[in-house]
Design a protein around this ligand. Structure first.
Ligand code: ASP
Ligand code: MG
Length: 404
């Protein structure tokens, strides 16, 4: 029995017509002899709409109730897809996360999967049914419904692929795969045949929104190859694999852009041991993810310290930082919402020198000023002014010859 896990994102099941097309695709694999486990997201923008709905009741919904609400989105799609498959004359059965034993911790709205009991799925597959599982959700040991963070259906798919020892895992979306950069910004952007887990992870965390980052971490951990492809045609997409399995050899795989960050600068911070620890301990305690941190050269016992945070956390981070600023007797804070992060990603930079210089040169040639720089083993990021964001992406993409 060869098992395939297929995951369909919200745009792939946005309306009844698309759901019927998904059913046809699933059945076409079933006909070829595959045992099918199908994970679906909520229809179209349902999750966003549910969040907005909650927002009309309260600014601060209890996380448990938020999960109760958001998990309904996926429950609609699994039922409709099961009906569509039955309509084609094939047997299918839909399940919530709880019903198939997706056990999570209690961190509502971003729960971690602890364990999956695959028995129920395997039994149904053994009986010849297509098993359809609601993405993005699980259940705690106390039987409370949880969700796995935005885009969490990807994680459901990967975790299920592991749990049932799937032979293939396909992630269907509204783009044809992973591109060298966003084709809406650069028309010459090229679809990649394959990319490593690490590159994909880096691209996801840097702003490319094709797959949820945590799902890729899990795929990497268990070495589950993924095939990201479009649900609107039958073309091959992009494979996500371990480095050793990649045949092509480009220095840089992609250029990403993230416009959802803000920069906070704490001015005139007393330059002495323990101060940075104090600031970032407080910020992280509140669950805010600090990204790039830059501390300037100190002058006369004082220094400036800048860091970036997700734009959505700005209000919280700002009030928190203001408090700390008083406590540590720093001068004050500055907030900059007009920033963008342009990054290049590629495992090839581990072995090729001069990659950073080439990126800075591309920006310099367009007179784009860099305000912060960070690097990892396989990426280089520059924080620039938001107004130059697209221009910067085009310049860097061209400089590395990534286009068609
Ligand atoms: N529906 C959820 C979301 O929009 C989960 C998913 O799409 O993967 O985040
Ligand atoms: Mg979605």
């Amino acid at each position: 029995m060869k098992i395939m896990v297929q995951k369909f994102g919200g745009s792939s099941v946005a309306n009844p017509e698309r759901i019927k097309l998904v059913a046809e695709r699933v059945v076409s694999y079933r006909k070829k002899g595959w045992s099918m486990v199908v994970v679906v997201s909520a229809l179209g923008d349902t999750t966003d709409e549910l969040i907005a709905l909650a927002g009309q009741i309260t600014d601060d919904p209890p996380a448990r109730e938020m999960d109760m609400l958001l998990s309904t989105g996926e429950q609609i799609s699994v039922a409709l897809l099961a009906m569509a498959i039955a309509e084609l004359g094939y047997r299918a059965i839909s399940f919530t996360g709880a019903q198939v034993g997706i056990k999570t911790d209690k961190t509502h709205t971003k729960a971690k999967i602890i364990d999956i009991d695959a028995n129920r799925i395997k039994n149904e597959l053994g009986g010849g049914k297509v098993v359809i599982v609601a993405g993005f959700q699980g259940v705690t040991e106390d039987q409370d419904i949880t969700t796995l963070g935005r885009g969490g259906s990807d994680l459901t798919a990967v975790a299920l692929a592991k749990a049932v020892s799937a032979d293939a895992c396909e992630i269907y979306t509204d783009v044809e795969g992973i591109y060298t950069t966003d084709p809406r910004i650069v028309t010459e952007a090229r679809k990649l045949k394959a990319i490593t887990y690490d590159e994909m992870l880096e691209m996801a965390s840097l702003g490319a929104q094709v797959m949820q980052a945590r799902s890729i971490e899990v795929a990497k951990k268990f070495d589950i190859p993924l095939h990201v492809r479009s649900s609107f045609n039958y073309n091959d997409g992009t494979l996500i694999l371990k480095e050793a399995d990649i045949m092509e050899d480009f220095v840089i795989s992609g250029v990403t852009l993230n416009k959802n960050e803000a920069k906070i600068t704490v001015c005139d911070v007393p330059d002495m041991p323990g101060i940075a620890a104090k600031i970032f301990k407080e910020v992280s305690k509140s669950g805010i993810n600090v990204d790039t941190i830059v501390q300037n050269v100190s002058r006369k016992g004082y220094t400036d310290l800048s860091f970036t945070i997700p734009l959505g956390d700005l209000a919280k981070a700002k009030s928190l930082t203001e408090k700390i600023t008083k406590f540590i007797k720093a001068g004050g804070i500055l907030v900059d919402k007009d920033i963008a992060r342009v990054s290049i990603v590629g495992v090839g930079m581990k072995t090729h020198p001069g990659v950073a210089a080439k990126m800075f040169e591309a920006l310099a040639q367009k007179s784009i000023n860099i305000s912060m720089i960070t690097t990892s083993e396989i990426s280089i990021s520059c924080i620039i002014n938001k107004k130059n964001a697209e221009k910067a992406v085009r310049a860097v993409h061209a400089k590395f010859g990534l286009g068609k």
